[in-house]
Design a protein around this ligand. Structure first.
Ligand SMILES: *Cc1c(COP(=O)(O)O)cnc(C)c1O
Length: 334
């Protein structure tokens, strides 16, 4: 029985084409800047997203951390969503390792931060306060795509207030594919962007941080400091390059599968939030644990949250979506 894993889009296995590309990639010592494949990935993504430089790092968590630490000094502050990955899901790294204070704000229904609330949270220049330096957004945010018009407003707003603007674009390409635009139309509004290769793009490992020459030079020093300097990393970079060339447009399939899953569950009477990209949120209340066990016996891996997140990806087919729907139907009959 092949397992259907809907817990996250991080669980994908490399495809045969990707494994081929990894096996044949030329490599060198990347800490010396001598891995040709890492250099190619960095140049390619910087060019695609409209930045001067890029840096390959082991994880999205490290990419965001380096960005925060490159933008902010000790005693500075970043404004961020209460539910954002860069605040809630990174072990408090910015505070622990960067001595950077987060100022979290509630995320709005569309995944954005209310800019008037951001304005109210910016600290005046006064020695009682941390120095507010940076606004960090996330796109997609729990599967929601931030509108391009909002990004333009956020850019104008941060310019006006002298703040830098960072994007946690772990799922940047889901947003771009959903909007049907070149990813550059999203990234052009930001001073730095972190992109995960290991989520929907389907690479086994890695993220890329994009920014200016100065920002990436700082981030490169910080990467070494936190132990993220990798040596013959070209095989991993090759997986990322392969994903960028072959596994971007197919994200539309994941979005269609998520929509299909949501429609089917709604027809069965489940309460399902509107779907935009590859995430379906279902209200399971106190049945989440028993559903998880029920599904596991039928080869389906789920989380156990009462607001259950189902994530579609490269390794979930339309036939398997039908299988998942049958399992939910069987569960509600029990
Ligand atoms: C997964 C994720 C990250 C971090 O990526 P890791 O590689 O797991 O450290 C950052 N931001 C968002 C929104 C994510 O979903």
């Amino acid at each position: 029985m092949s397992v259907i894993d809907l817990r996250s889009d991080t669980v994908t296995q490399p495809t045969l084409g990707m494994l081929d590309a990894m096996a044949s990639a030329p490599t060198g010592d990347d800490v010396y800047g001598e891995d040709p494949t890492v250099n190619r990935l960095e140049a390619e993504l910087a060019q695609r997203l409209g930045f001067a430089r890029a840096l390959f790092v082991p994880s999205g968590t490290m990419s965001n951390l380096l960005a925060l630490m490159a933008h902010c000094e000790r005693g500075d502050e970043y404004i961020v969503g209460q539910q954002a990955h860069t605040y809630k899901y990174e072990g408090g790294g910015a505070a622990v390792l960067g001595s950077i204070q987060p100022q979290p704000l509630e995320v709005q229904g569309d995944g954005s931060l209310d800019l008037s609330q951001v304005a109210a949270a910016i600290k005046p220049d006064d020695f009682h306060f941390a120095r507010t330096r940076l606004l960090a957004l996330e796109n997609t945010m729990q599967g929601k795509v931030l509108p391009l018009a909002y990004l333009a407003q956020a850019r104008a707003f941060t310019r006006e207030h002298g703040l830098a603007l960072h994007l946690d674009g772990a799922r940047l390409y889901n947003a771009a594919v959903k909007l049907g635009v070149d990813a550059r139309l999203i990234t052009e509004h930001f001073d730095s962007v972190s992109v995960c290769l290991s989520k929907g793009l389907g690479a086994p490992v890695g993220s890329v941080l994009c920014g200016s020459v100065e920002l990436i030079a700082k981030a490169r020093r910080l990467r070494k400091m936190v132990g993220g300097g990798m040596r013959q990393a070209g095989g991993l970079a090759a997986a990322g390059l392969y994903a960028l060339d072959h596994q971007v447009q197919r994200l539309a399939d994941d979005h269609a599968h998520a929509q299909c899953l949501a429609d089917g569950l709604r027809q069965q009477g489940y309460s399902v939030e509107p779907v935009q990209t590859n995430m379906v949120y279902v209200q399971m209340g106190d049945r989440a644990e028993s559903l998880k066990a029920f599904a596991a016996e039928r080869g389906i891996k789920l989380s156990a949250a009462s607001r259950l997140r189902l994530v579609t990806h490269l390794d979930v087919s339309s036939g398997q979506i039908e299988q998942v729907l049958s399992t939910f139907a069987e569960f509600s009959r029990n």
